[in-house]
Ligand binder design. Structure first.
Ligand code: ZN
Length: 433
């Protein structure tokens, strides 16, 4: 197998930055060389010192080469209903989402949406994501089959939901368990696929179903768990009516043994002090979904409070409540949400979160999220001069921090010059751009 060397400006984090420009937290090479063989990074260093004999060299200068973006929470089955005109969460679910997801009972539909969904991810520079499928097992088959075809590391699972939704979308405690179990056997750790046990949220899962989810987690401790937590006031009130014996919303999932270091909790906006403590103790991850939280008027994520209390956090688009597939757009909106909280999100912390930070949230930092020997060659090439406006602004940019901030504030899929998945060009090889 031949060796490829990507030449360009290389940026990769080794840990979360402390302070504004913590040079110890990242590797930056002005003229770098990333050596790739068999889909894996085999060397990283200055181009002048690289062993280029026999290698295919692809020159991306002056663009930046980063690890591919990781999206920690989205619903691929809602790809065709982004930008649905709704008020708050429960109205949005009942009016649009639960209607749309019923279409995934048809195999042809799931297959077609999966293709378009992955094309969109690649165009926007996202090389791994954690996804909710619909309640239909075939939506999971379509999701993982297409990921496998593209050799992408994806995490996902069948939504478990047995009440408070249309009949065509509901499973039962037993069938949700059986289907999830069969899907885990079929897909978990097959190639790059990883399974997430996915009770949608407390409102749509009966106590019997959360009990079944608990059994699945106990039987498959190496699978992820994903659900939604504390997104919206009406959702919290309704959840507490349905689970009156739990101390609070987090307490519901805690009571059913669903919280641990492999648990990803979408939103986590309105948590009380006890709940924050439980997340910190269990190691569960609070996932910040800024475009969705703004779009549905759910509230403002309190990053500082969570971090100060020792809660692990990540960031995600939450398509289709979210309004962009782009992690650049997501970082931008995240910055604005935190501005409204009186908090600053500096560009290094921001790009760390979308790459290495989200890999750490998945416990996959030895595999994805950074550029180092032995890591998968899942990479994104970013062009900070991609549009006339960005080019104008770049004339004034003097530091890497400024360039990153420009990319996240003005950038979108046009700023993604190329994407590599397991060492193979993935964006320029897409058809019909
Ligand atoms: Zn969601």
């Amino acid at each position: 197998m031949s060796r490829t060397i990507l030449r360009g400006r290389v940026l990769s984090f080794s840990r979360a930055p402390l302070g504004f420009d913590d040079a110890e937290s990242y590797l930056y090479l002005e003229d770098g060389a990333v050596g790739i063989e068999d889909g894996v990074v085999v060397s990283v260093g200055d181009f002048a010192e690289a062993d280029i004999a026999g290698a295919v060299i692809i020159d991306h200068r002056p663009n930046l080469i980063l690890p591919g973006f990781i999206d920690l929470h989205l619903h691929y089955v809602q790809s065709q209903m982004m930008a649905a005109y709704a008020g708050s969460l429960l109205e949005w679910l009942n009016t649009y989402t639960f209607i749309e997801e019923q279409k995934f009972s048809q195999q042809g539909h799931a297959d077609a949406v999966a293709v378009d969904f992955y094309d969109a991810l690649i165009r926007h520079g996202t090389t791994s994501a954690v996804a909710y499928c619909s309640s239909h097992p075939r939506s999971v088959d379509a999701f993982f089959a297409e990921a496998q075809r593209r050799n992408m590391l994806m995490v996902g699972g069948k939504v478990m939901m047995d009440r408070n939704a249309p009949e065509g979308l509901c499973d039962s405690a037993q069938s949700g368990y059986d289907d999830s179990k069969a899907l885990i056997a079929r897909w978990h750790q097959r190639g790059r696929a990883l399974y997430a046990i996915s009770p949608r949220f407390a409102i749509t899962s009966s106590p019997a179903q959360l009990e079944a989810a608990r059994a699945l987690v106990a039987e498959h401790p190496d699978c992820y768990v994903q659900t939604h937590l504390s997104e919206n006031d009406a959702e919290i009130t309704y959840s507490m009516e349905l689970y009156p014996d739990s101390p609070d919303y987090t307490g519901i999932y805690e009571d059913y043994g669903l919280l641990g270091p492999r648990t990803l909790l979408g939103h986590c906006i309105h948590l009380n002090h006890r709940e924050t403590g439980v997340l910190a103790e269990t190691g569960a991850v609070a996932v910040f979904c800024p475009t969705s939280n703004l779009f549905l008027g759910s509230g403002l994520f309190d990053r500082e409070r969570l971090l100060n209390n020792g809660v692990r956090i990540g960031i995600a688009t939450d398509i289709g409540g979210g309004t962009s597939v782009s992690m650049l757009r997501t970082l931008d909106e995240g910055y604005k949400v935190l501005q409204l909280r009186g908090q600053r999100l500096n560009p290094f912390a921001s790009f760390h979160m979308a790459t290495r930070g989200n890999a750490e949230a998945l416990g996959l930092e030895e595999t994805i999220g950074s550029i180092a020997p032995g890591r998968a060659a899942d990479l994104v090439v970013l062009d900070a001069r991609a549009t006339p406006m960005m080019r104008m602004r770049m004339a004034n940019v003097e530091s890497l921090a400024d360039e990153l901030f420009l990319l996240q504030t003005l950038g979108d899929d046009r700023a993604v010059a190329e994407v590599y998945v397991a060492g193979a060009r993935a964006k320029s090889t897409l058809g019909g751009l």
